[in-house]
Ligand binder design. Structure first.
Ligand code: ADP
Ligand code: MG
Length: 288
């Protein structure tokens, strides 16, 4: 089996300087934070174990969902897989290349759409696409061909000559996807692609992501939305406190659990079974 993404026992800690007053308790919302007790009033060093031994496999052409609450370690994992963050220990291969040993080759094979997005707001969509295409080394004619093709794929026609700052959230996301795939990557990473979008725009984006999949692209997306993982992912992993707690197809995962009210099990029932908490409640807390 050739995997588009393989990760073995990935780990990442962040050093954290915590200023702790005598008698104060806790280091804030740091999940697996570890720190030595300093003398009262001292600044003490602590670390957040953001990713604590993640192993996963994604087959070529698969949509893989990485589902978990805020702070679970999704972005940290994704940033290691995309070479943006060094790996503390463990190893990963993406599109056949080792992310630590061959970061340059990995970068040529992937697209990455971060949670914040990367479009230049005062420029138009077309200007953004032209610049990005040229940065990837495409010839001017190729760039124009790609813009026409991406415009059809992601319904950008009406938008291309407007400044990005006038776009709605969903329109901006579609442009960001176009920017992320203009160089025809084998593997596309998306961090929380629909967070902040209204239901209608989310649905439209799901349809566009499905179209990319039909074109054969491998997609690794993070989300804290249960329905998004359920709808889009061929397979998914549930991550909590830096560790994978469940993995499989949505149907297989739901088949392993019972719903407390006797209804059809959901991925939230899976999350509850593994963690004792409801992802629905945690995500709701985050958005308040
Ligand atoms: N640069 C950083 N410095 C310190 N802590 C960080 C940093 N990035 C992430 N963390 C911490 O690591 C944990 C995982 O964060 P993250 O990977 O962003 O989670 P998610 O994407 O699932 O919301 C959190 O506790 C977060 O506060
Ligand atoms: Mg994140």
């Amino acid at each position: 089996m050739v995997y588009a993404i393989e990760a073995h026992d990935l780990r990442k800690s962040f050093p954290l300087k915590v200023r702790k007053r005598a008698g104060a308790s806790g280091v804030g919302d740091t999940g697996g934070a570890e720190g030595a007790e300093g003398a009262g009033g001292d600044a003490i060093a602590a670390s957040v174990e953001a990713v604590r031994g993640v192993t996963l496999y994604v087959a070529a052409g698969e949509v893989f969902g990485f589902l978990g609450p805020n702070g679970a370690g999704k972005t940290t994992c994704q940033r290691m897989l995309t070479t943006l963050l060094s790996i503390d220990s463990g190893s990963a291969q993406v599109a056949g290349y080792d992310v630590s040993k061959n970061p340059h080759e990995v970068r040529q094979q992937i697209g990455y759409i971060s949670q914040l997005g990367g479009a230049d707001l005062p420029a138009t969509g077309r200007e953004n696409l032209r610049l990005t295409g040229r940065l990837y080394g495409l010839a001017p004619r190729q760039v124009e061909q790609k813009i026409a093709q991406l415009s059809r794929l992601l319904s950008l026609d009406e938008l291309l000559d407007r400044k990005v700052r006038t776009y709605s959230g969903g329109q901006k996301r579609r442009l960001e996807i176009a920017l992320g795939i203009i160089h025809e990557p084998q593997v596309l990473f998306m961090d929380e692609p629909t967070t902040g979008l209204d239901p209608q725009n989310r649905l439209s984006l799901w349809q566009h992501i499905s179209k990319l999949r039909e074109g054969g692209m491998t997609i690794f997306l993070t989300t804290h939305y249960l329905d998004e993982a359920d709808q889009l992912a061929d397979r998914l992993a549930i991550i909590d406190h830096g560790q994978i707690v469940a993995e499989g197809t949505p149907a297989a995962l739901k088949g392993q659990v019972k719903n407390a009210q006797g209804q059809q099990p959901t991925l939230d029932d899976v999350f509850f079974e593994k963690t004792g908490r409801s992802l629905r409640d945690i995500s709701w807390e985050d958005e308040k």
